[in-house]
Design a binder for this molecule. Structure first.
Ligand SMILES: O=C(O)CCC(=O)C(=O)O
Ligand SMILES: [Fe+2]
Length: 324
């Protein structure tokens, strides 16, 4: 039956002028082109474990660090609560660190230099870091330009806390006036940690810092050396490209706030002008974007020093005297 129909279709097709070709006489189709071209050979990404420092050596170095650089007691008992908060929480906010009139004087004298730095019109020998795309401006040695800011950088409480928290090995790394005023995606808005070892950063707010004008976020207790940190700290320690920024991969980050890390939570460090924020920037933190007004703060940054900076990158690249 089928063949009768087929024959009549073929006959009709022939009479209509179609050339009927037997199936087995059809030319074979060329091999299909691959949908995705094979990847061109690229430079191999260096494997993490190519480093000469293996993870066992890293574990030993961290244990030695904990042994050698354990916290000491503050010389002034009045500062011990700050050291304790740093040790447990990783940060501490001290309101009214200076009286309001001194804060106002620091602000009023400093803001003009900050604006000039941002505009590129400040003619001075001091180091100026101008991150135009990020909208971040840092003016070093600001106390040489604005003497009202000097008491912050000679404050005995800060030096005492730094030496206590960094076990007598604290050295000032840098100090600057920090200015942000435009809603730009500052590279530091991605959560990160600055070091696999303890550090101390102190921000003195010269304006009220609300959610609107870029307070720092800090993940409380993230500075504690717990198992989740081991791999991120390791790639930092070996100064691998993956580790230099202090990046925490998403699946590890997502575990914070849960289970044994339920107490690691983001804190928005908003505060009034005159507040000093002490934080261990080896804990996770992130900048935020100013949505209105501006942020102006004095920053004092301390690291552990032990024949060199106890920081994988700065040890190699920064002068031992720091950027002071
Ligand atoms: O600008 C901020 O709020 C934080 C910047 C930062 O990541 C840092 O100071 O280490
Ligand atoms: Fe940072």
């Amino acid at each position: 039956m089928l063949s009768v129909i087929k024959r009549s279709i073929l006959a009709m097709a022939r009479s209509a002028g179609y050339e009927i070709v037997r199936k087995d006489a059809l030319p074979t189709a060329p091999a299909a082109a691959p949908m995705i071209a094979p990847l061109a050979p690229t430079r191999p990404i260096s494997p993490i474990f190519e480093s000469e420092i293996d993870i066992g050596e890293f574990d030993a170095a961290m244990a030695e660090y904990e042994r050698k650089f354990v916290p000491q007691r503050a010389t002034d008992p009045g500062n011990q609560w700050i050291v304790d908060a740093l040790t447990t929480e990783g940060f501490c906010m001290v309101p009214d660190f200076f009286p309001p009139e001194e804060i106002k004087a620091m602000h009023d004298e400093g803001v003009g230099f900050a604006v000039a730095c941002a505009n590129g019109t400040l003619v001075s020998d001091v180091r100026q870091q101008r991150y135009l795309e990020d909208g971040v401006f840092r003016l070093h040695k600001v106390e040489s330009l604005a003497p009202t800011t000097a008491p912050f950088y000679s404050d005995a409480r800060i030096a005492d806390v730094a030496q206590a928290y960094l076990a007598g090995h604290a050295r000032r790394m840098e100090k600057y006036l920090d200015y942000k005023f435009e809603p730009r995606p500052d590279g530091n808005i991605f959560q990160h940690f600055d070091n696999c070892y303890r550090m101390l950063k102190v921000y003195l707010y010269l304006v009220d810092l609300e959610e609107e004008n870029a307070p720092t976020n800090f993940w409380r207790r993230s500075q504690q050396r717990r198992p989740w940190r081991r791999l991120p700290d390791y790639v930092k320690y070996i100064d691998h490209a993956y580790g230099q920024f202090g990046f925490v991969p998403g699946p590890i980050f997502d575990e914070l706030g849960k289970g044994e890390n339920a107490d690691i939570e983001r804190v928005v460090c908003a505060g009034k002008a005159g507040t000093a924020l002490f934080f261990d920037s080896s804990g996770l933190h992130a900048a935020s974007i100013p949505r209105s007004s501006y942020r102006l703060a004095l920053v004092d940054n301390w690291m552990t020093f032990d024949g060199g900076w106890v920081h994988p990158w700065h040890r190699k690249h920064s002068p031992p005297e720091g950027y002071i």
